[in-house]
Design a protein around this ligand. Structure first.
Ligand SMILES: [Zn+2]
Length: 98
């Protein structure tokens, strides 16, 4: 069962990292972090659920928009990766405490 805590920690951490990526991208521009939904900054196409899976989507799309091919900044992937690492570490710590 210990591995489940690590997997859940990675998934939760990557999701939190994804949200933080939105915050880092929008707050300096004075934009809402709630609306509009995630979209390509180049062609303005709203991202689908498949395009929004933390870490996996960026890798599957090779860091490019599915529609226009514009580069998706690596910072989104790196923030999600850092969140996943922190979440996994927390999960592992919880395992060792049990
Ligand atoms: Zn695009």
């Amino acid at each position: 069962m210990c591995w489940l805590l690590v997997v859940l920690g990675v998934a939760l951490g990557a999701s939190i990292g994804s949200f933080l990526g939105v915050v880092v991208s929008r707050v300096p521009k004075g934009q809402s972090i709630v609306s509009p939904p995630s979209r390509c900054e180049s062609c303005d196409r709203q991202l689908t659920a498949v395009d929004n899976v933390p870490l996996v989507s960026w890798l599957a799309l090779r860091g490019r928009c599915r529609t226009c091919g514009a580069t998706i900044p690596a910072r989104f992937f790196l923030i999600e990766l850092a969140g996943a690492a922190i979440g996994g570490a927390v999960g592992a710590l919880l395992c060792s405490a049990i």
